[in-house]
Design a protein around this ligand. Structure first.
Ligand SMILES: *[C@@H]1O[C@H](CO)[C@@H](O)[C@H](O)[C@H]1NC(C)=O
Ligand SMILES: *[C@@H]1O[C@H](CO)[C@@H](O)[C@H](O)[C@H]1NC(C)=O
Ligand SMILES: *[C@@H]1O[C@H](CO)[C@@H](O)[C@H](O)[C@H]1NC(C)=O
Ligand SMILES: *[C@@H]1O[C@H](CO)[C@@H](O)[C@H](O)[C@H]1NC(C)=O
Length: 388
């Protein structure tokens, strides 16, 4: 009985009024009127406003009708575990940051999952807008579906859609303005983490920018990260004006000078640390108030907080190579002319670091910054040099 009526509504036809079930006629008709109204509205409105209409109407319908008629208006009313753990299919939502962080802070108290959970690596892109190197990433991800997920935070002014590449299409999250070196940068990073935490399969979270590239194939990167006992948050104590000099004594007692750390903005954290970051209400107000302008809060907030709370979980190094050798506040950017095989030797030769307490020659998995003009030569070299 339900199927033909749903079909009729989808085609925009008048629904058949002869219902043979035991309900009174007025009730289903009324529901149908509400449903059609909702559908007509839904066509004209954006996804976000569509959601608010749904949420405001469902309680009325539910109060007046048996639950069995609900599937017409609301798909997937099955209260199964599958439905509960399935990640949201649409990344857009109307939660504000307070609501989102609260929702994302839910943690199961039973450690064992009653289903097969394949841990995914989450690639979080903090961008201004376009992703010029997307074709390179497309190639990197190809064939590894189910082992990764992607989230993009672009400036709200960016209205462009990402091309229907399988990986970036509709992976944008609701965003807000981000200013370089300001707390809004850390807020965007927390927003990315919180959105990504809504998918219970996401286990490791990497922050990247539009100018980053992967230096190894997907399987190498997946195994390197998932087998690491430590998270790749760089965190060090730096004397001098660019390190300790940025500390403000008014952060005491929450943060003392000896606890103050500096580190790269480009981090990788596991699910536990991601939750610690989004749930923090102790350090956030201190950094927001006392680490301003030339303090560059995005270089201090997470490195300091996590090295106070969970020092044993940190590798104290970043996975993202950046060239600061030219000096100044911005690192070097590489374009078309820089991209040669010998240029990349520096990433693969002469590296040394600790991995799970053992010496390793693989230290950086990503590099930045690469200009849009670098795309074509990178695509040409990728298979030979990076293995994808
Ligand atoms: C609800 O779950 C059952 C059993 O898993 C399934 O057969 C049925 O198709 C589901 N219904 C909907 C509307 O998803
Ligand atoms: C989000 O909405 C709630 C409820 O209206 C409000 O209390 C809270 O202050 C809002 N948060 C932000 C960041 O706007
Ligand atoms: C990825 O790279 C590693 C190391 O170079 C290689 O052993 C492996 O076969 C590659 N995997 C794929 C799927 O190409
Ligand atoms: C990272 O530094 C902390 C001190 O801040 C230390 O406790 C921890 O052992 C270091 N991690 C590694 C892997 O050495």
């Amino acid at each position: 009985m339900k199927q033909p009526r749903v079909a009729a509504m989808e085609e925009g036809k008048e629904p058949v009024s002869a219902t043979k079930n035991s309900l009174s006629r007025a009730l289903p008709l009324r529901i149908l009127v509400i449903c059609s109204l909702f559908l007509v509205l839904g066509v004209g409105l954006s996804i976000i406003s569509m959601y608010s209409v749904r949420f405001s109407m469902i309680p009325q319908i539910a109060a007046k009708s048996p639950s069995t008629v609900l599937p017409w208006c609301e798909e997937a009313t099955n209260n199964t575990l599958e439905n509960f753990i399935r990640p949201p299919s649409n990344l857009m939502h109307n939660m504000n940051d307070t609501e989102l962080l609260w929702r994302a802070s839910f943690v199961p108290q039973i450690k064992e999952y009653p289903f097969k959970r394949v841990p995914k690596i989450t690639f979080m892109f903090l961008t201004k807008g376009p992703l010029p190197l997307a074709p390179l990433w497309d190639r990197f991800f190809k064939g590894h579906e189910g082992l990764y997920s992607i989230y993009v935070h672009a400036l709200p002014s960016y209205t462009g859609e990402y091309p229907p590449s399988p990986v970036f299409y509709r992976r944008q999250i609701p965003s807000q303005i981000v200013e370089w070196g300001k707390m809004s940068m850390c807020e965007a990073e927390r927003r990315l983490l919180a959105n990504a935490l809504l998918d219970i399969s996401n286990e490791r979270f990497i922050l990247l920018s539009e100018s980053c590239i992967p230096l190894y194939n997907f399987s190498t990167i997946y195994h390197y990260i998932s087998r690491s006992k430590h998270s790749f948050m760089s965190s060090f104590d730096e004397p001098g004006r660019y390190g300790q000099g940025r500390y403000n004594h008014r952060m005491q007692p929450e943060v003392t000078l000896s606890q103050w750390r500096k580190g790269s903005q480009w981090f990788e954290v596991n699910r536990k640390l991601a939750i610690d970051i989004i749930k923090d209400t102790t350090y956030y107000p201190k950094f927001k108030k006392f680490c301003r302008s030339a303090c560059y809060v995005d270089e201090h907030y997470f490195p300091t907080m996590l090295s106070i709370q969970s020092p044993h979980l940190l590798a104290n190094r970043t996975l993202t190579w950046t060239d600061w050798s030219r000096g100044g506040a911005h690192p070097a950017t590489f374009g078309k002319a820089d991209i040669t095989e010998s240029f990349f030797k520096r990433f693969f030769e002469g590296q040394s670091c600790l991995y799970n307490g053992q010496p390793s020659t693989i230290c950086y998995l990503f590099a930045r910054k690469f200009a849009p003009s670098a795309l074509d030569p990178l695509l040409g070299l990728a298979y030979k040099v990076f293995g994808y």
